[in-house]
Design a protein around this ligand. Structure first.
Ligand code: NDP
Length: 448
């Protein structure tokens, strides 16, 4: 799409020029700037005061060497990142991703999206993201520990409970957060809420582990109900089999749906009787094995190599919960052809722009990641509140706050879409609602 507003077009061109070879970041910025066309028409001051130009440039990029010694005594060197993108409404907040595909462009796209997502939660958190090209898969616990300790030895110079509060993401779960927090505490000699997603014995929040997947289902449920439907009796396909996918499966099932498929980066399983989640948890959370192990127990279920084919399974609701750009135009067209009614993004940016267009043109209800997967970071912010109070809420207390937050995000995104003449377009609505709060704060600060 070409921009109607020349100034927005110029900003996009500068982003592409300044960040060459970072297509994911360009994709994320373009989507937001397109949504902002009607906003700057009504409020030209956001352009006149340079707010959007400031918004697309990270406040700070930290890039560092992470040397560590493997089990064979060999020195390994990875690269670490933390991008502190925007602190207009609170300390930088966003996860750490450990995956071989990580480079600056991935962290930048994730950090940029985090600004709007965090704003949508209604909680006081800015946007940031970090990670490394380290691959925890196939490494021993001792290797993961040595890597995490080296990573935190540098990162601890740049973060604190009031400055920047990282959490988990792909490849960073409870084990990694434990090693990272232990090293931070050791170096800084302070016990503060500097990381979220912590274990329950040392400051973690109940329901944080479940929050992104549960939150996704609360959001999609709200979207379905607003359109006269719900999860009851629906067939659901979930991609991935990590933290988000597992708890999305759990909540969708509790809300009356049947989840029939899950995947990992090697392939997908299809169980027409409904996924046996206890078995999946055992395989993925306890044994850290591949999803194909599932069919050695459930011999009537199917395993297929390659993760793309999961979108050929007929379903009413699709919940992509693995990674960016996992649903392309071809998969979107197949899903539509098979009668999909709703798509809820659990992963960050899992649908390509072409796929989103296909869903929207065909009347598929579409929940964009910035809104629908905000439950994880929202609950992280609740973990920060509990740490500040040195107090813990019960699972039910956190879960009910999470549900209310997700319902509010849905309402605010819908309302913004309608106000700016794009009723039902939650992509635009989420971008606009998230933008306004951050932009107004930046306006108050002047040029900083
Ligand atoms: P996990 O590491 O727990 O799980 C990731 C899952 O996705 C695994 O099944 C993994 O398979 C699969 N996967 C990862 N990369 C690829 C790839 N390139 N192709 C196919 N499959 C892939 O991560 P999370 O569940 O935490 O994160 C999943 C998504 O949700 C990410 O986009 C993340 O940014 C987003 N998210 C996570 C939040 C959280 O609270 N954890 C919050 C908000 C968003 P394999 O094991 O084979 O690698």
């Amino acid at each position: 799409m070409n921009f109607k507003n020349q100034k927005l077009a110029d900003i996009m061109a500068t982003v592409e020029k300044r960040n060459p070879g970072e297509p994911e970041f360009h994709q994320a910025v373009r989507e937001v700037l397109e949504s902002l066309e009607p906003v700057v028409e009504k409020h030209p001051e956001y352009l006149e005061k340079g707010i959007i130009e400031m918004l697309v440039e990270p406040e700070r990029i930290i890039k560092f060497r992470v040397p560590w010694v493997d089990d064979n005594g060999k020195v390994q060197v990875n690269r670490g990142f933390r991008i502190q993108f925007n602190s207009a409404i609170g300390p930088y907040k966003g996860g750490l991703r450990f995956h071989p595909s990580v480079y600056e462009g991935i962290i930048k796209f994730l950090g940029f999206e985090q600004i709007f997502k965090n704003s949508l939660t209604g909680l006081p958190i800015g946007g940031g993201k970090g990670g490394s090209d380290f691959d925890p898969k196939g490494k021993s616990d001792a290797e993961v520990m040595r890597f995490c300790q080296s990573f935190m030895t540098e990162l601890c110079k740049h973060i604190s409970a009031d400055t920047d509060v990282p959490a988990g993401d792909i490849g960073v779960g409870a084990r990694e957060i434990g090693y990272l927090f232990g090293q931070y505490k050791r170096i800084k000699n302070e016990f503060t809420g500097v990381l979220t997603g912590k274990g329950l014995t040392y400051g973690g929040s109940l329901a944080r582990k479940e929050a992104t997947g549960y939150g996704l289902c609360y959001f999609v449920d709200e979207m379905l109900r607003d359109n006269g439907s719900d999860f009851v009796g629906k067939t659901v396909v979930v991609s991935g089999s990590g933290n988000v996918a597992i708890y999305a499966t759990e909540k969708a099932t509790a809300l009356g749906a049947k989840v029939v498929a899950l995947s990992d980066s090697n392939g997908y399983i299809y169980d027409k009787n409904g996924i046996d989640l206890d078995l999946v948890k055992k395989i993925k959370e306890v044994e850290r094995k591949r999803i194909k192990e599932y069919v050695t127990v459930h011999t009537d279920a199917e395993y297929h190599e390659g993760c793309h084919g999961i979108w050929t399974i007929k379903c009413d609701v699709a919940l992509p919960c693995a990674t960016q750009n996992e649903i392309d135009a071809e998969s979107a067209a197949i899903l539509v052809g098979n009668g999909v009614k709703a798509v809820g993004e659990g992963a960050n940016m899992p649908s390509t722009p072409e796929a989103i267009e296909i869903f929207q043109k065909n009347g598929v209800l579409f929940a964009p990641a910035k809104a629908s997967n905000a439950g994880g970071v929202a609950t992280s912010a609740l973990e920060m509140s509990q740490n500040s109070m040195r107090y813990s809420w019960t699972f039910e207390e956190v879960d009910s706050k999470l549900k209310a937050i997700m319902q509010n995000i849905y309402k605010n995104a819908s309302k913004a879409a309608e106000e700016y003449g794009m009723k039902g377009n939650l992509v635009a609505g989420a971008n606009i609602a998230g933008f306004l709060k951050v932009a107004d704060s930046m306006m108050a600060y002047g040029v900083v």
